[in-house]
Design a protein around this ligand. Structure first.
Ligand SMILES: [Zn+2]
Length: 430
């Protein structure tokens, strides 16, 4: 039986398919090693066997990746798939995007962004809010039901915050709540906190995202403990906290939050505390490019990243991508974040582990999806050069398989097998 809210154990969209993948090099990001001339057999969407002597599968398609490095899919642990603010017409002020773009158009943008991310090898995305009225749940459900190809989505629903959320609204906006307020659920009291968590869970959230300190009335340690308790009560969900002040970070750490989103408030002392308590650092470290950040911001960010790494903090590759850069896909915007990780002089094999293993762990899917092992869904990518030596190899994704179906081959997207005229994996997935 399919449990409510859980992807089905079976993968009907992949039923009856089989593939034998011949890998020139098979990279294991967990150990930072690679084996040559390995074979992966895949049946009904799942990995059957991996090794240098694998049993043949009747009717299997042979996929020749003998000239390539094969590895598991990548994770962006902080993205906003259903918002795209832009220079024109809103001058990158996302208040106006909320007014201008309906939930419906934003859900369709999210479907496109999902394919753009998948094409760049991202088979898992943690989607942390600002997605209108649950366009993120719609995206996750559409992918899980089998309507469209896309990454596995871990979504937050609407971000919960104290009055105003992350907004600094005018009284007029506050009075006419419905214009923009769908972007934040307001919860100031214990009753409101419990209600807000439950509303998100009801409408498909898989993680709870809160604004810890974006207003002067930051959440207290007790407030956050209540969020954590209620999220746990709602099917064992975790709480991700947007943090922008040192005091907010200190409180979130004390409360035992799952992840701190954004690096701006973090310093040596806070990194030590995070490492001690095993709290995830989802830093969203925007690189300095012609379209984002400044040299000074970037330099400070690199210093913080180096410090976190030196302190042994659990780190995740994450981007906060939510904007349009003319000429770049969402996948290109995201992979450009490698610049920051390289500038922090973190070794390539560590970056690769952070982008895969750590990503599965912060997304809480490590036990069922991500690593390449028998029984797990076949989410497999390939690149020409060895990412253990040069992480920029990940900029050129040649091949992508999701749930055992080929999404990209020879550098070209081939989504036909993912497209269905109905909920092929089952309509009851919510
Ligand atoms: Zn964000």
């Amino acid at each position: 039986m399919v449990k409510r809210g859980e992807p089905p154990e079976f993968l009907p969209s992949s039923a009856g398919t089989a593939a034998i993948i011949k890998a020139g090099r098979l990279v294991d990001p967990e150990t930072g090693t690679a084996k040559t001339n390995q074979t992966i057999s895949v049946k009904d969407g799942r990995i059957v066997e991996i090794g240098d002597n694998v049993a043949p599968l009747p009717g299997a398609e042979t996929i020749d990746l003998t000239e390539f490095c094969v590895l598991p899919g990548l994770v962006d642990a902080h993205n906003h798939m259903a918002i795209t603010y832009k220079k024109f017409p809103e001058n990158d002020v996302y208040y106006y995007t909320y007014v201008q773009d309906s939930t419906a158009i934003r859900a369709i943008q999210a479907a496109s962004n999902g394919m753009q991310m998948l094409s760049f090898g991202f088979t898992v995305v943690r989607d942390l809010g600002n997605n209108a009225l649950y366009a993120d749940s719609a995206l996750r459900i559409a992918i899980e039901q089998g309507w469209i190809p896309g990454p596995t989505i871990i979504n937050s629903g609407i971000i919960i915050g104290g009055t105003g959320g992350q907004f600094h609204p005018t009284p007029e906006m506050a009075r006419h709540h419905d214009i923009v307020y769908p972007e934040y659920l307001e919860a100031d009291t214990p009753d409101e906190i419990i209600k807000a968590v439950r509303q998100n869970v009801l409408f498909g959230a898989k993680v709870i995202k809160i604004m810890v300190d974006s207003q002067p009335y930051a959440y207290t340690v007790e407030d956050m403990k209540l969020f954590i308790k209620e999220a746990a009560n709602c099917g064992g969900l975790k709480v991700a906290g947007h943090v922008q002040t040192e005091e907010g970070a200190r409180r979130a750490i004390e409360a035992g939050i799952w992840s701190i989103e954004h690096d701006i408030a973090l310093n040596d002392e806070l990194h030590r505390l995070m490492a001690q308590k095993g709290i995830w650092r989802v830093g969203t470290e925007t690189p300095f490019t012609e379209y984002s950040a400044t040299q000074e911001e970037f330099d400070a960010r690199v210093v913080r990243m180096k410090n976190a790494y030196a302190n042994g903090v659990k780190m995740a590759f994450s981007t906060d991508a939510d904007y349009y850069v003319p000429g770049l896909s969402r996948g290109q915007v995201v992979i450009n974040f490698l610049k920051t990780w390289k500038a922090a002089e973190i070794p390539a094999k560590e970056i690769l582990k952070i982008m895969t293993i750590n990503g599965y762990k912060v997304s809480e899917i490590y036990e069922k999806r991500g690593p390449l092992k028998p029984g797990f869904p076949a989410d497999i990518i390939a690149v020409k050069e060895d990412p253990l030596r040069d992480i920029d190899a990940l900029r050129n994704i040649t091949f992508v398989m999701k749930d055992g179906l080929v999404f990209k081959r020879d550098g070209i997207m081939t989504p036909e097998k993912f497209l269905h005229a109905g909920p092929v994996n089952g309509w009851m997935i919510r």
